[in-house]
Structures are given as C-alpha cells and as structure tokens.
Design a protein around this ligand. Structure first.
Ligand SMILES: Nc1ncnc2c1ncn2[C@@H]1O[C@H](COP(=O)(O)OP(=O)(O)OP(=O)(O)O)[C@@H](O)[C@H]1O
Length: 678
C-alpha cells in the first residue's frame, strides 16, 4: 500500500525529525518483518523507512512530497496516524531550526563521504543487526544495500566476526581474507558511547588489485631472473647497449672480454669506431669475424630501432673455436652414422658370425658373400691375401657360420712349426713311435674331428708334407706315426696363404694336385690400400673396441686425422692399423686422437725419413750371446719392410727363415713401422 505524504517542516526531513519518524513507526508497527518492508520513495530512490542515515540522505525539502510504502494489510488507523504525524504544524523555534539544519548538513556530508570511499563499511548495532552499509561494501558482498540492511551480520557476511567485537570491545585487524572474488583486509572496531558498546563497524580494504600487481611483479622478477640465468649460461658473449653504444647489460663472457670491468664500456671496443659509425649511418646489422685477445669470434651487432630511432643495440659474439668444434663433432657424428648404416645394411645380408668383420667396400663384401655361402657347405676353402688382411678372421667366421660351429676350430701355423715336427703335429704319433714318444699323441687333424682345421701359411709347407696332406684330404683318414690302423675323420679344411700359390706351382715349389684340392672355393681378401673406404669404418670400430678394452673414453679424432690414415698405403694392412690405433690410445691425453701423435711416416708421408738407410750401431760385447745380436738386427731391419718376403730378400734369407725369426723374437709389431713405400 502506498500513501503520499508532504513535509511541512522548515528544514525538510531533517535528522531529528527522521529519528522521531522512525521511533513513531516502530511504535506503530511492532512487527519487525513488516517494518523492514516499509519504504520511502523519493526522487526515484527507494530506501528503508527505518534506516535513519538513508532516510536523511534523501534530503527531502520543506513542501516536497514523498511516497511511503506500507504492508498491504496496514489498517486505516495506522495510515491516518502517520498522515497526522506529518500534518502537524511546524512549531519549531528559530534556534531549534538552526540546530536541525546544522545536524542535517553534518550527517548528509558524513553520509556522502562515507558512501563514496572505496573501502567497504558495514555498521551493526548492539544486536549485531546491520544498520549501515556503503556502496563499496554492498559491491564486495555482491548484494543490493536493502538486502543487507537490518539483517544480522553473521547471516550476510561470510565469516563475520562482528559479534565478537560487540562482546570484547576490542579492535581487530584480520589477515588477508577472501570475500567472493575480492581479497580484503578487514578492520573491525567497537562503537562506544559513554563507555558502553552500542555497535561495531567493519571496514573492508579491497587489496585484490594490489595482489594482482604484486603477483605480476613477482612474475616479472622471476622472468628476469630466468632470462639472466639463460644469458649467463650460454657460451655466446651477449650485451645490450644504449643508443650511444654504452653497455647497459653484459653477460659474464662479455664482461671478461671488455677491457674495463666497471664504469662506461662501449661497443666500439668490439666493433671499432668505423663499425659503429657504419651501423649508425646505414642501420644495418654489423656482422664480421673479429679478433680479441687472440681469439676469433663471429660478432653480430643488431640495432634496436623504435619509431625509426636507434634506441640501442644487441651484441652477440660466438667463439669461432666453438663453431669449429661443433662442425668437427657433426663431421664425426656423420661418419659414425654412415658407419652404423653401412654396418646395418651389411649385416642384413650376412650371417651373424661375419658381423665382426668390418668393412663395406665392394671387394670385401664380395669375398664375405662367398665365405657366407660356402660356410653352409663342407667344401675346402683357400683364403688368399696379404698378411694382416683378415684371413684368420674370415676362416673363423666361416667355421662359426657353419654346421660345425659347436665342434673345434684348430689353427695350425705351417710356417711356425719346424718341418721335422710338422707331420707329428698334424697327424699325431703312437706311443714308442720314436725316442721320446712316451705316450700316444693326437694330431691336429684328430683334434679337429667334426670341426674345422685352419692351415695358415700353407705355402710354407714342404713338398713331402704337401704329399701327406694331399692323401689325408683325399682319403679323409689318417694313420698316426708309428701306427697301423687308419682313423676316419670328418674335418673341414680351410687353408690360407699370403703367397702366390699358382706361381709356386709353376716354379715347382707347390704341388699342383694339392693346389687344386685346396682351391675348391678361393676367397681373396683385398689389401687395405685397395679398399680405403673401409678405413674410417675400421678406425671407428677400433675406437669403440679400444675404449671398452682399455677403459678409455676417446670421443673422436682431430680434423685431418682420418684423411692422414686414408692417405697411407698400409703395408701391414688391418693388423698394422689396429696396432697404430692401440698405440695412439695409449698416447692420447685428451678426448680426441690427434694428428701429431700419428707416426711421422703416416702424418707426413712425403717427407723422407732420415732414419731409413742409416746404419744402426751394434755394440759388441764379449759376453753377449749371438742370438741377442740377431734379434737386434731383425728388430732394426723389419721396420723398413712391409712383408716378410721383402725383408727376407733384403737380408738374403728365405721367407720362411725371416718369418720364423720375427716370430721367435716376437717382433711382429715392428714389421713395416718405418716403411715408406717403394
Ligand atoms: N675386416 C676386419 N675387421 C675387423 N678386424 C679385422 C678385419 N680384418 C682383420 N682384422 C683384424 O686384424 C688383425 C689381423 O687379422 P688376421 O690375423 O685375420 O689377418 P691374416 O690375414 O690372417 O694375417 P696373417 O697372414 O699375418 O696371419 C686381427 O686382429 C683381426 O681381428
């Protein structure tokens, strides 16, 4: 129900009259619920009629009309009493009127001030009922003021503690607290009158925006820290300058390079006066290889241009050595990848027994393909090739890839066993066959039964033994020396030689029939100099193997190292390469094998070795045995020749003697060490 009322008092609806009106209303409408639903509407604003501050803040003037909204069931008598209250003639004296005006002015000003401050304010009376709420507090609580006013604080405000203040009478300042989307700090104070608590006030300070700024500030700080760390940990030298070229930032690397540690340091120190002038004039980045303190850098200086003005520069310097090292590493990685790819493709085709034979050259692959095929059969194989080309390795692989792999592989070095012992070595003897034959001795053929016998250096077998061997190969049986019974054997024969058997047949030093018996499946292993593409692969495989065997961690090779190895002619073939690698591993101090550690005749193949042809002094001593002199002579001479053959020729002895002496004195590792080609 709405009734229209008019203010007759001189100072309008002033504070004293407002208070009188509210007190009058409270006596007329004792039902609190109903009272709360009583509103005053004036100038488009609607406020609760029993809220003095809101009522006075409407500033209703003398003669103005306003609407009073009452409960629908309000009786006529109450309506009339209200109308009578406002129709009373104004009977104020001038002093009272002046007091009311001052009061009015004061309270309205106070109301305006309080409602417009950004902090939220809520006031409760001593019953903890909210009697005032400003705009900011209503916004914080995300409610309309009329939904807050006249309600208990603990119903409206989450975690309200105003009731405690009413009890204790003590001011409290809370820590940060969350009200809806806002972060606030709340101050709660009691309102005292004559030492009595008549209410309490809560002031909410919204610190959400400060929180946000501080979070952003922290993020910026963190980012700055991270950036700083990145700039400090890169190997490049980095600096920022202002528009005059003076450094405003430099990382540790750049700091070290700049002459002055403190004070003004200028980019001209790095790119020179002309470099700087050029950059300013053309506004193009400076990019050159510059040298400082004996070190070369790829130096880049980019101008920072903002609105067509140079505001500064960014300088980066990359040490050239780092780039070089990187390129070398890439080179090594490429080589390694190629090696692995090749190994993989090679291994796809061959049995696993051949996997440890390194090399991807066509000639080697052809030989290995034959070896792999023949491995599955029982045929006799003749492997030819220079010393150190891998004949024994291939023979073992054939055995491993054959159905005989679970039976013995017996190697006989025909050059190392004296001819008079060879027969008993090969075929064995019976007890008492000759003086000293105290018990029956099984020969190598017998030991190799069901397996493989590898007759190395077959070219060194004398003609008599060649005949005996031929018989065994034909009959597939042996008779031990001094024995009568034949022993049937199942032995696969693989023979090898570095000599030209066909030529020996022509010369009459090797039996033709035996030659054809052995040469059923010929396999020729090419010398290393004829398959240089295998050198990088072999070197890499030896690096891996030696690292594991010697407990080292050699990572690669200096630039030019592999080239030097490829340029050498390897008279001792793979064995020689293997030995040199092992020697270099023992010499290496760092992570890489260096060219300077290579033997002189490899790193510098065209230089003449002054030692060659020089006479070595042999010091005679009255009690030195002859064999010591012999050893010294062989140790010296064998270094200059790539093979036993050439060594033998130069010393005027037979190939066999040369070979047996070298083996006797264990000088194999010296053969060809100082050989420089013919
Ligand atoms: N292709 C290869 N891959 C890896 N290692 C190899 C290869 N060829 C040879 N070798 C190694 O080189 C060394 C010499 O090889 P091997 O003894 O098989 O040669 P050989 O031709 O039988 O020599 P000789 O005629 O002097 O007896 C061995 O240590 C062997 O493992």
């Amino acid at each position: 129900m709405e009734i229209r009322l008019k203010i007759n008092r001189k100072n309008g609806l002033h504070i004293r009259m407002g208070a009188a009106f509210i007190s009058f209303l409270q006596s007329l409408i004792p039902d609190k619920e109903k009272l709360q639903r009583t509103y005053v509407i004036y100038n488009g604003k609607k406020v609760q009629a029993n809220n003095l501050l809101s009522l006075v803040a409407l500033k209703i003037k003398q003669g103005d009309e306003f609407t009073l909204v009452l409960d629908e069931n309000t009786d006529q008598k109450t309506v009339e009493q209200i109308q009578a209250f406002f129709n009373q003639a104004a009977s104020e004296d001038t002093r009272q009127t002046e007091t009311d005006r001052l009061l009015m002015e004061n309270s309205v000003t106070l109301h305006e001030a309080v409602s417009s401050i950004p902090n939220g304010i809520i006031v409760v009376n001593k019953e903890n009922v909210i009697i005032y709420v400003n705009r900011a507090a209503a916004e914080l609580l995300e409610k309309e003021p009329q939904d807050i006013l006249n309600r208990r604080a603990d119903e409206v405000i989450p975690h309200s503690c105003l009731h405690k203040i009413l009890q204790t009478g003590k001011t409290e300042i809370t820590e940060k607290q969350q009200i809806n989307h806002y972060t606030v700090i709340t101050t709660r104070s009691p309102i005292l009158l004559n030492d009595q608590i008549i209410g309490a006030v809560a002031i909410f300070q919204d610190i959400s925006s400060i929180e946000k700024i501080s979070k952003e500030l922290n993020e910026v700080k963190e980012l700055q820290e991270k950036l700083n760390l990145v700039l400090q940990s890169v190997t490049d030298l980095i600096g920022l300058t202002d528009e005059k070229g003076d450094f405003i930032f430099s990382n540790e690397g750049m700091d070290k390079l700049l002459k002055k540690r403190e004070g003004k340091r200028n980019i001209r120190e790095i790119i020179g006066k002309t470099g700087w002038e050029d950059l300013i004039r053309r506004r193009n980045p400076f990019m050159k290889v510059t040298k400082h303190k004996g070190q070369s850098f790829i130096t880049k200086v980019n101008p920072v241009i903002v609105e067509k003005e140079i505001r500064g520069t960014v300088a980066t310097m990359t040490p050239l050595d780092d780039v070089k090292q990187l390129l070398e590493k890439i080179d090594i990685m490429e080589q390694r990848t190629r090696y692995l790819e090749q190994e993989l493709s090679k291994h796809k085709g061959l049995s696993s027994a051949f996997h440890k034979i390194i090399g991807n050259s066509e000639t080697l692959k052809d030989a290995l393909t034959i070896a792999d095929k023949v491995a599955k059969t029982h045929s006799t194989v003749l492997i030819t090739g220079e010393s150190g080309t891998g004949k024994e390795l291939v023979a073992r692989a054939i055995h491993e890839a054959s159905p005989r792999k679970n039976h013995p592989f017996i190697r006989v070095n025909c050059a190392a066993i004296p001819p008079q012992l060879m027969e008993s070595e090969l075929f064995g003897y019976e007890k008492g066959a000759f003086t000293g034959a105290y018990k029956t001795h099984r020969g190598k053929f017998e030991l190799a039964d069901k397996g493989t016998i590898f007759l190395d250096e077959i070219g060194d077998l004398n003609l008599e033994l060649q005949g005996k061997l031929l018989r065994v190969l034909q009959e597939k049986e042996i008779v031990r020396i001094g024995g009568f019974s034949t022993i049937h054997l199942d032995v696969r024969v693989i023979a090898a030689t570095n000599r030209d058997l066909a030529k020996m047949v022509e010369e009459g030093t090797f039996r033709e029939d035996l030659y054809y018996r052995l040469n059923v499946v010929p396999i020729h292993l090419p010398p290393l100099r004829a398959r240089k593409e295998d050198i990088p692969l072999l070197v890499e495989a030896f690096r891996v193997e030696l690292n594991a065997r010697l407990g080292k961690n050699i990572k690669g090779y200096e630039k030019g190292f592999i080239e030097a190895l490829c340029n050498y002619h390897w008279p001792g073939n793979i064995r020689e390469l293997q030995n040199i690698m092992e020697r270099l591993f023992n010499l290496a101090d760092g992570d890489y094998l260096l060219c300077k550690d290579l033997p002189h005749y490899i790193s510098n193949p065209h230089a003449t070795d002054s030692s060659k042809g020089q006479e070595e002094t042999i010091v005679l001593s009255k009690d030195k045995p002859l064999h010591e002199y012999e050893k010294q002579i062989f140790a010296y001479a064998c270094q200059f020749y790539p093979s036993f053959n050439q060594l033998a020729k130069s010393l005027g002895i037979t190939h066999k003697t040369a070979a047996s002496k070298i083996r006797k004195y264990k000088l194999e590792h010296l053969v060809g060490k100082k050989y420089q080609g013919d």
